[in-house]
Design a protein around this ligand. Structure first.
Ligand SMILES: Nc1ncnc2c1ncn2[C@@H]1O[C@H](COP(=O)(O)OP(=O)(O)OP(=O)(O)O)[C@@H](O)[C@H]1O
Length: 286
């Protein structure tokens, strides 16, 4: 472990395959361009921007799921592109992504128990089926679901419960860093609040470092210390949430704020230190 940010993007460019130009040639298209970004250890950084601005692509690159076309991503000081073999595996276990749509992110043919045990098997954590199943039950408890969910299938759960499974799977290997990508989209408002409180509770209890991708600026303001604003793959503004939201320096940020007026927020939410005390018992609902 080195000092400094846990995760850092330096002049990072990420490309995706472009449209075919004949003869099967696909010219890569830069989706993220020259991004500099630092995520402090234990901090929460929000990533905002309109649809298609490259948030998901940048998030994927930060956890090593998309390669850098130029520049680099450093995790705990190590260049992801240079890591190989066991060193890369060890890094992979420390960073996880939670996806927008748990319905498609979870394999419908696997029980929840199998879904949670798989990463433990793949990374050689714990010995034997019994110990891994016990850990899976522990993970369910951690996200507020009853143990009998182990033998259920994703379609038997509500959207909120499925996203709790997505979170349980992401923390199974005790990562240091999580990218949460629009994880409450499509859920009703009260379920959204429960999932966000769960994430915030786990972040504190497990000491996670978080990148939180959202189009909902009010949620970013509550959950994150800092915010990075993306426009067509480039950072146009970044800084502490309060400063950026109260006095945006870039016209695009101001437009984003206008397009999504910050709704009235329960004052308890704004008081982050009081959040832990405010978290309701995690019942199986939602
Ligand atoms: N694998 C891919 N192949 C081709 N194009 C891609 C690929 N991945 C992303 N893109 C394109 O890159 C652009 C940015 O996508 P990305 O999902 O990163 O943006 P976003 O800000 O997360 O958007 P949204 O909020 O809609 O999810 C989009 O135009 C998308 O169509």
């Amino acid at each position: 472990m080195t000092a400094g940010p846990l995760v850092e993007a330096q002049a990072l460019t990420v490309a995706v395959p472009g449209q075919s130009r004949g003869f099967g040639r696909r010219i890569p298209r830069d989706i993220v361009r020259g991004v500099d970004l630092a995520v402090p250890r234990g901090g929460a950084v929000g990533l905002v921007g309109e649809s298609g601005s490259g948030k998901t692509t940048l998030g994927r690159a930060l956890v090593g799921l998309a390669p850098a076309a130029a520049g680099r991503v450093l995790f705990d000081g190590a260049d992801l592109a240079a890591a190989k073999g066991p060193a890369l595996r060890a890094l992979r276990a420390r960073m996880q992504m939670i996806f927008q749509d748990p319905q498609s992110a979870l394999n419908p043919r696997l029980t929840i128990g199998t879904t949670l045990v798989r990463p433990l098997e793949a990374f050689g954590r714990l010995e034997g089926r019994r110990a891994r199943r016990a850990r899976a039950a522990e993970l369910l408890d951690l996200v507020g679901l009853p143990g009998d969910a182990l033998d259920r299938y994703p379609h038997e759960l509500s959207g909120g419960q499925r996203q709790r499974i997505g979170i349980a799977r992401a923390v199974a290997l005790e990562p240091d860093f999580i990218v949460a990508d629009e994880i409450v989209s499509g859920l009703d408002v009260s379920t959204q609040a429960q999932i966000l409180l769960l994430l915030e509770d786990l972040r504190r209890r497990l000491g996670l470092t978080l990148v939180f991708i959202s189009h909902d600026l009010s949620v970013v303001r509550v959950l994150c210390d800092e915010v990075v604003v993306l426009l067509r793959g480039e950072v146009v503004e970044a800084g502490p949430c309060a400063a950026v939201f109260d006095a945006p320096r870039h016209a695009y940020t101001a437009a984003l704020l206008q397009a999504v007026p910050l709704p009235e927020i329960d004052p308890a939410w704004l008081d982050r230190p009081a959040l832990a005390a405010h978290i309701p018992p995690l019942a199986a609902s939602g």
